[in-house]
Design a protein around this ligand. Sequence first.
Ligand code: 3H9
Length: 693
Amino acid sequence: METVRLARQGEIAIATIDNPPVNALGQALRADLARVLSEASTDPAVTAIVIAAAGKAFIAGADISEFGKPPLAPLLPDVLDAIEGSEKPVVAAIQGVALGGGLEVALACHARVAAASAMLGLPEIKLGLIPGAGGTQRLPRLIGAAKAFPMMLSGEPVSAGKALELGLVDEVAGGDVVAAAVTLAQALVAKGAPEPARERDDRLTAKDREAFEVLAAEASLKSGDMPNAMALIEAVRAAFTLSFAEGLAAERALFTALLADPRSKALRYVFFAEREIARVPGIDSAVKPREIARAAVIGAGTMGGGIAMCFANAGIAVTLIEQEQAQIDNGMNRVAAIYEMSVTRGSLTPAKRDERVALITPAVGLGAAAEADIVIEAAFEEMGVKQQIFGALDAIVKPGAILASNTSYLDVPTIAAATTRPQDVLGMHFFSPANVMKLLEIVRPAGVADDAVVTAMALGRRLGKVPVVVGNGFGFVGNRMLEARTRATERLLVAGALPHEVDAALTGFGFKMGPCAMADLAGNDIGWRSRKARGKTAAVADAICEAGWFGQKTGRGYFLYPDGARTGQRDPEVEALIARVSQEKGVTRRSFTADEILSRLLDPMVNEGARILEEGIAARPGDIDVIWLNGYNWPAWRGGPMHWADTIGLGVIVARLEAQAAETGDTALEPAPLLRRLAAEGKGFADLKARPV
Ligand code: 3H9
């Protein structure tokens, strides 16, 4: 099928790109574009060419799925060279998004017209790359490096209006963008083609270079673990120091090297994993969501209030319900205070705040949930409480309403059993703070209707979340794996590591926080209570709680937080306490390297992830990775725990787990059968097929 259609409007040829879903520049499109342009160039009846596109995007960039495979001709830089070298003016008619290679196509044209709603950007940096088809050379020539560099460094697209202001487009079309591009093309024919970007150097002044170098120095300080910021600096600098052709070659070499970098591979893997979650194995893609116009949230604590804010922020009316007036007043005050903070910080206007607060109706008593299309229960995490609420809701809410529990650990079918409508009951596990965190685990118990799951997914997206469908099972996916890491932390502390060493290994890996600082922030008493309820112990963590050291809120936990400090300091008393625990257990403490600590923290998580896949609690390894990236701050450039394990090699992970299991006698560390099988077959998690949860 042809991906570019050629039509004529008088003497102007219009090449319309049509390569759904987003006009990515795969090989077929590159070849068709090159062929159509050559046809139009050689047609004596044609005086100018407009490149337009059908669908929601002008062009979303290079086809990311082709990266890492042998390059197929024609290469994009060569197609762009032909466009720019055309003797007949070529005008881009940009509607929707022009991203990456898509914007580079437009930059190679002799002029650009954008629809008012268009967005233009070079987001390659977010994939661990830099523009690779002339973006780093043409954009500085068009708008100056001091403006081009920040656009490429942030990867954020700009609006058509902003693009006009920058000089990136020549015109913003009031009406039809193709018609405007045709008119501009005619005007260019009349006055002779303008200089192509590659021949311009009027913007690359000494002053521009100076301003760029200041920005480059700032950026190199912040570039952290990503090598592509440095490559971007080098490529943009080449626009000043090298000829256009040499600059292009330098850019291409940097781009190609980055393609092979594991950090870029991980980011590209994440791009597709985050889109894959929308396909729920076992549910027909034709199943339609139910309509959600009004919601109710039960429980106005921190979690319930945060969830109500998610609805209000998305423009959906929500009733926030408590048992007593004083509780709902407190809850509404908390919500108001959070909105107020956003106003103070300047991220929300007072008018928007009022709009959002007005969407939240406070109420006392479950009766207020009667008209809701979805009810999310965020009450106390105790089965009896949840069952009572769901039983009562069953008699109140209208038929077809979805009943969701925001439980973090409890058995959803048992909650559903309190109703006469298990087909409408599922879990929607938000993460704290609910109005900020992106992750949403949607728990799909046996017996729930497919359209209820699809509704929860669609709603999650409306709320700006990353919704992942998971199976029912203690702690679902994220918290179950977190528990494996928490147990690993305890083992390390008993064996000889200290809290700051454990945390440093994880922050060195790329996490914002280590497990000890995270426990101190969340409150050590939470885990303590949950362990007690399940008859479990953790000698160090229990001893810290018995001393009353619950974390930041008490000024000390694994670390000391003097005068309300938010960053902890080493605490000699805690370290002595840990040494005492080791002694009581008859353990001779030894030191651990950061690498040893890392493998002891992460390998058990991977093992738990393998069990989760085996039990059908997660549909795909990628789903687990998306959960850890969006709910637990796993560094994106490491691709998530399952991807990370694949990069290490499952055989290595199996051997390390076996050694740990033998050393500690902990059978939970025995490699999961799935992990063993994949390792024995020389495969990775990436080789697994999706299965229904
Ligand atoms: C680049 O251009 C390098 C060049 O400088 C140099 C080259 C030599 N490729 O996100 P959605 C698929 S690097 C392949 O759900 P939305 C996506 O997987 C590239 N596939 O829709 C999904 O497939 P499926 C620079 C792509 O409306 C479907 O399209 N460009 C690509 O929420 C719909 O996507 C970027 O980084 C692609 N480039 O958002 C832009 N893009 O339905 C990346 C999308 O099978 N793309 N797909 O799951 C985006 O930011 C968003 O997809 C976009 C649409 C805003 C376009």
